[in-house]
Design a protein around this ligand. Sequence first.
Ligand code: SF4
Ligand code: SF4
Ligand code: FES
Length: 238
Amino acid sequence: MAAPGGGPGAGGGGSFVRYRVPRRADQTVLDVVTWVQRHLEPALAYRFACRVGMCGSCAMTVNGRPRWTCRSHVGKVAPEGRLEIAPLPNLPVIRDLVTDMTGFFDKWQAAGGRFAPTATRRDPPARIAPASPARKAADAGIECINCGVCYGACGVVGARPDYLGPAALNRAWTLVNDARHGEVPGVLRAVSRDDGCHGCHSQGSCTAHCPVGLDPSAAIAGLKRRTLLDLLGGEGRS
Ligand code: SF4
Ligand code: SF4
Ligand code: FES
């Protein structure tokens, strides 16, 4: 496990420390980290909040793969019982297993990810047909828990840190398809820049790693289509 005083990838390089932790039934990777912190390494820094897959704060690299740790069972991810736990890739390390998510969230803003309502609270609620293609596209990406797992798994982010990344672009696609959003042209401009959707290599690592089953790769494909149609002044947007 990466501890203490920095993990692999931290500014100073970091190092691994080996711990022995008792096995328990239904033990999660987060349980292991917590046991180490409570019994062996009180200064160990790591992040979690909900422990039930809602808050997105517990993501780490487990045996080389970015994962949420509160719902990753040791028996499934490391049946032989050996875990190598490190901070998420593609993010600066603050200490031990804690990464600085500032750049990750700044990119949500840079991708135009802030909702801009067209209605006021005095207006009646918008009526959006659940079966409409746009509503379905928006719904498909809306349950993102901001965990950063897809971002850590994305090779393009690793190669060029300015790339907006799968989570911010997935958010942008939900807004492009949200009939209540008043800034769709702004989103399309933001994601069309050099660091935007056209930098994606479409190999789907983000989708393969997303713990809640979202498909950022498909969202980015939608943005690519939509921005090209806009560039060509085309019709038939979807
Ligand atoms: S499909 Fe695109 S965003 Fe997803 S991991 Fe690959 S390059 Fe990154
Ligand atoms: S798209 Fe999935 S992996 Fe990426 S931040 Fe959202 S929930 Fe996490
Ligand atoms: S602790 Fe909240 S998602 Fe893992």
